[in-house]
Ligand binder design. Structure first.
Ligand code: NAD
Length: 427
């Protein structure tokens, strides 16, 4: 069992204490509905044949077709895929998307394959799982080391097998083959709407709010920009090589353009293409997490805050943009310090939400502008953030447990609407 799954199970057990759910519903949610394991033959460029292991899991489809990413990584195993699909089940339910949770992957180091080998492997994966997936059954998306190009190959292969154009079987596609506007900024935008919804509850004005962000990739850098534009004081950011800290606040557009141009992160202020260094300190990733700031955003990797460093965390508000950045063992330590942790299954769900919009657009054949996408995303993020906050306040639960309770109540309601022991025994 991966640590992600054991942590997710601990959090589920905690949430189950606070929700009225039939035994049948709990039993249903404890195991995946269907797990497929396949061997994918790949003809290498040198003519040899190699077999790769691939997986696809449909954890629960009570609320609709299953939905989840495909990961290409040497550590991919059936256990990992099952745990990630379990997590997706909850994430989709928190946002009230009409989906269950799914996940897939291939045990491979994609960096060791040529571009053509990668394409053949992606198409071979779809050949192997074609009967298990579909726009109304199970929908794929990008995950670790898979991208829009790979999604395009997978969609094309599925369409060839079905002998009809089937864009809705995969999301995260390039715009040219049915991708959605706003997908690339969706995760950061969703996190931003969550933060904006919650700040008034803590009587915080952006200009009085200092933020530190770990991870300056797609999600972290876009969120830094959105917060900067809204007047927040982003004092620290970092990437895998380390971080920069300027108590007076960083000029995020300058830091971003310098990073894009040089691949290095510097605390700079740029006028046109001329950048000057500003007063700052360089810090390690561990130091960034422990800064005295108002908001901490882990947006890089899992398991960054553990029982070891949790006692030294000073930020009173944490927004999990990465998946699983806080180990379950750190939860009670942070809670005792009075720290509010807003969980990944809410905060980073903007990505899967815009994937849902992509699926809706593919099925309707009518495409939305970036403004329409962001407006719909905002509506949903605000609504579900408010709902989680209300549960947390009215039942005195941490925001994390409240998010799990919110998801469980939705899942339970749907399972029960289809008939459980309570229904059949009622007379
Ligand atoms: P990315 O690859 O674009 O960026 C990751 C960033 O983390 C990079 O800046 C990298 O330098 C940095 N990083 C790597 N190792 C680090 C370390 N040891 N310490 C500090 N920083 C380190 O990835 P992303 O798409 O921005 O995703 C970031 C996190 O958000 C992941 O956990 C991902 O699962 C989660 N997430 C992303 C999306 C999405 O749509 N992009 C959706 C949901 C969740």
């Amino acid at each position: 069992m991966t640590s992600l799954l054991s942590d997710a199970n601990l959090r589920l057990d905690e949430a189950l204490k606070h929700v009225q759910l039939s035994e049948d519903a709990i039993l249903r949610l404890r195991s995946p509905k269907a797990s497929l394991s396949v061997s994918i033959p790949l003809r290498r460029d040198d003519g040899s044949l190699q077999i790769f292991q691939g997986y696809r899991v449909r954890y629960d489809d009570t609320r609709g077709p299953t939905k989840g990413g495909v990961r290409f990584h040497p550590n991919v195993s059936i256990d990992e895929v099952q745990s990630l699909s379990f997590w997706m089940t909850f994430k989709c339910a928190v946002l009230d998307l009409p989906y269950g949770g799914g996940k897939g992957g291939i045990t491979v180091n994609p960096k060791e394959l040529s571009r053509m080998e990668l394409e053949r492997l992606s198409r071979g994966y779809v050949d192997a799982i074609a009967d298990f997936i579909g726009p109304d059954r199970d929908i794929l998306a990008p995950d670790v080391y898979t991208n829009a190009m790979i999604m395009s190959w997978m969609m094309d292969q599925y369409s060839i097998i079905q002998r009809k154009f089937s864009p809705a079987v995969v999301t995260g596609k390039p715009i040219a083959v049915g991708g959605s506007q706003g997908r690339d900024t969706a995760t950061a935008m969703g996190a931003f709407f969550t933060i904006q919804t919650l700040m008034p509850k803590f009587d915080r004005e952006p200009s009085q709010t200092r933020v530190a962000i770990q991870g300056f990739g797609n999600a972290g850098a876009t969120l830094a920009q959105l917060l900067f534009d809204a007047g927040y004081v982003v004092v620290a950011v970092s990437d895998s090589k380390g971080g920069i800290y300027a108590p007076q606040g960083l000029d995020i557009p300058s830091v971003r353009s310098h990073k894009n141009a040089t691949r290095t992160m510097k605390a700079v202020y740029c006028e046109g293409s001329v950048c000057n260094l500003v007063d700052h300190k360089t810090i390690t990733n561990a130091e960034l997490l422990e800064l005295d700031v108002d908001i901490l955003v882990p947006a890089a990797l899992e398991n960054q805050i553990t029982a070891e460093n949790a006692p030294r965390i000073k930020a009173p508000l944490i927004f999990e943009v990465a998946n699983g950045p806080i180990a379950a063992a750190a939860d009670p330590i942070l809670k005792d310090k009075g720290c509010y942790v807003f969980p990944d299954i809410l905060v980073n769900a903007g990505g899967v939400t815009v994937s849902y919009f992509e699926w809706v657009q593919n099925r309707n054949g009518l495409y939305w502008s970036a403004e329409e996408v962001n407006q719909q995303l905002q509506q949903r993020m605000v609504r579900e953030t408010e709902a989680v906050w209300k549960i947390s306040q009215s039942r005195d639960l941490s925001p994390r447990t409240a998010a799990y309770v919110h998801a469980l109540e939705r899942l339970g309601e749907t399972i029960e609407a289809k008939g459980t022991r309570d229904y059949y025994q009622a007379g």
